[in-house]
Design a protein around this ligand. Structure first.
Ligand code: COA
Length: 427
C-alpha cells in the first residue's frame, strides 16, 4: 500500500489511541526527550477506566501525573534510569520501582522476553518523502520494542528532528497520533570552578585524536570545556549534550580518527537544549544507533583511544565506585558507566576516568570513603577502575595493590578528611 494511504488509515485521535490500553497492560513510555507527553497525558485522563497499568520508562524530564498518589490504583511505574525529585521520592516510598541494568542490555531485556510490553509509545518525526519517520533525539531500545510489543502507538511530532540513521517505516506503526509539542529540553548545568579544576586534570590525560564517551552530570561538561586546545577528537558515546555540539562547531571534534565509524559522532540519544535538537536535524555527522550497539563492549572496545569519562557519588579506598545511591536511596542508574569503563579497558590506547568532587553538602561529607555507605551499591567494581579524579588531583589505580590504592585515594581526598581515612586503613 502507498505509505501516504497507510499513514491516513492509521491516524486516530489521541483518545482513540489510548482506548487501546486495557486494565493490566504493560506500557512502555520511552526515555528522556522521547517520552510522548501527548499520549502520557491522555492515558492519565483515562485513569478512571484503567487499573493496574505497569508503566516502564527512564529519565523522565517533565512533571509526572502518573506517579501522583491519586493515580496509584491506575498506574505503577518502573524506572530503568531514575532521576528527579518526584521520581526518587516515589521509589523511596516504595510507590515506584527501579531496574538496575547496563544500558547495553536494555533492548535485550525486551528481545529476550524478560519484560513483555503490550503497548509501546514512540515519539517520531514527520515522515520523509519515502514514508520513513525518524526516532530523532534518541533510539535506545525503540527497535526492540517495536519488534516485540503487541501494539505500537506513534506520536508524530512536527518538532521532532530527523536523523537519517534511525528511521522506521509507517508500516511498523499500528496507530498514529499527530502533535506539535515542543521538544523537552534539559538544562545545561552551569560549570563551577571546582568542576573546571577536575576537567583540566582529565584534559591533560586526553591525547589528540582520542574518542570520547562523556557521561551525565556537571563534571563531564567541565571536561569538554577544558578540551579547547585539542585536535581531531571523536565521539563514541551513549549520549551527548550541548558541550559536544560546541566542540564540533569549533572543529575540535570531527571523529576523523573514530576507526569504527570514521567521521561519525556515534550515540544512542541526545539530551540538551533546543539548539542541540536544531543542530542535529538532518545532520549526517550524527550516527544514532541502538544502545546494544553503542554500549556493547564488542563495539566500543574496538574504538581506539576511547576515553570514558563518568562521575560518581562515592569511591571507597579500594576503588569501588558508587554512582547510583546515597545510602539506601536510589538517586540515579547504572546507565552506560560500567559498559564504557570495560570498553575503555579493551580499547587500544583507551583510558577510563571517574571524576567527582572530593566532598558533598558544603564540605561536610567526604566522597572518598573507607567504606561505601550502608545500603549503597557498587556501580563499577574496583578491578575495572583506572583513574579517579577529584579537585585535589588524579589517583591512578590500575595495577596497584590495595595499600597503594588507599594511599593514592587519600591524597585526592579533601585535606580535612585525610587523617580519618588514614586511621581507617591502619585499622
Ligand atoms: N553523600 C550525600 N550526598 C551526596 C553524595 C554523598 N556521598 N554525593 C553527592 N551527593 C549529593 C550532592 O551534594 C548533590 O546534592 P544537591 O543536588 O543537593 O546539590 C547530589 O547528591 C548530586 O550530586 P552531584 O555530584 O551534583 O551529581 P551529578 O549531577 O554530577 O551526577 C551522578 C553524578 C553520579 C549521579 C551521575 O554521573 C550519574 O547518574 N551517574 C550514573 C550513570 C552513569 O554514569 N552513566 C554514564 C553515562 S550517562
Amino acid at each position: 500500500m502507498d505509505w501516504k494511504q497507510d499513514y491516513e488509515n492509521k491516524k486516530v485521535s489521541v483518545a482513540k489511541a489510548i482506548n487501546k490500553i486495557k486494565t493490566g497492560d504493560n506500557v512502555y513510555a520511552g526515555h528522556a526527550s522521547t517520552i510522548s507527553l501527548t499520549l502520557m497525558h491522555e492515558m492519565c485522563n483515562q485513569a478512571d477506566r484503567l487499573k493496574d497499568i505497569q508503566i516502564f520508562m527512564q529519565l523522565p524530564l517533565t512533571e509526572i501525573e502518573y506517579i501522583k498518589p491519586e493515580m496509584e490504583e491506575s498506574f505503577h511505574t518502573t524506572f530503568l534510569f531514575a532521576n528527579g525529585a518526584p521520581v526518587l521520592d516515589s521509589i523511596r516510598k516504595g510507590k515506584s520501582d527501579f531496574i538496575a541494568e547496563n544500558l547495553s542490555e536494555l533492548p535485550k531485556i525486551f528481545l529476550k522476553g524478560a519484560i513483555d510490553i503490550d503497548v509501546v509509545f514512540v515519539q517520531v518525526s514527520r515522515p520523509n518523502e519515502l514514508g520513513m519517520c525518524s526516532f530523532g533525539v534518541g533510539v535506545m531500545d525503540n527497535y526492540a520494542l517495536i519488534e516485540t510489543s503487541k501494539h505500537v502507538i506513534a506520536e508524530v511530532n512536527s518538532n521532532m528532528p530527523f536523523s537519517e540513521s534511525a528511521t522506521i517505516p509507517i508500516s511498523k506503526l499500528d496507530q498514529i497520533v499527530e502533535s506539535s509539542d515542543p521538544m523537552v529540553s534539559f538544562p545545561v548545568t552551569p560549570i563551577d570552578e571546582l568542576s573546571l579544576k577536575i576537567g583540566k586534570y582529565i584534559a591533560d590525560l586526553i591525547p589528540d585524536r582520542a574518542n570520547l564517551q562523556v557521561g551525565i552530570g556537571s563534571i563531564p561538561n567541565a571536561v569538554l570545556k577544558s578540551l579547547k586546545n585539542k585536535k581531531d577528537l571523536g565521539i563514541h558515546s551513549e549520549m551527548i549534550s550541548d558541550g559536544v555540539m560546541e566542540l564540533v562547531k569549533e572543529g575540535i571534534i570531527n571523529s576523523k580518527y573514530n576507526n569504527l565509524n570514521p567521521g561519525k559522532i556515534v550515540v544512542t540519544f541526545l539530551i540538551g537544549s533546543q539548539n542541540l535538537y536544531d543542530w542535529m536535524h538532518y545532520n549526517s555527522k550524527i550516527l544514532l544507533k541502538p544502545s546494544n550497539y553503542t554500549n556493547d563492549i564488542r563495539n566500543a572496545g574496538r574504538v581506539d583511544n576511547l576515553m570514558a569519562i563518568n562521575s560518581a557519588l562515592q569511591v571507597d579506598l579500594t576503588g569501588q565506585v558508587n554512582a547510583e545511591m546515597i545510602g539506601s536511596r536510589q538517586i540515579s542508574g547504572v546507565g552506560g558507566q560500567s559498559d564504557f569503563i570495560k570498553s575503555a579497558m579493551l580499547s587500544e590506547g583507551g583510558k577510563s576516568f571517574i571524576a567527582l568532587p572530593s566532598t558533598a553538602k558544603g564540605e561536610t561529607i567526604s566522597r572518598i570513603v573507607a567504606r561505601l555507605d550502608e545500603g549503597a551499591c557498587v556501580t563499577t567494581p574496583r578491578h575495572d577502575v583506572q583513574y579517579i579524579v577529584t579537585e585535589y588531583g588524579v589517583a591512578y589505580l590500575y595495577g596497584k595493590t590495595m595499600n597503594q590504592r588507599a594511599e593514592a585515594l587519600i591524597k585526592i581526598a579533601h585535606p580535612k578528611f585525610r587523617e580519618e581515612l588514614m586511621k581507617s586503613i591502619k585499622k
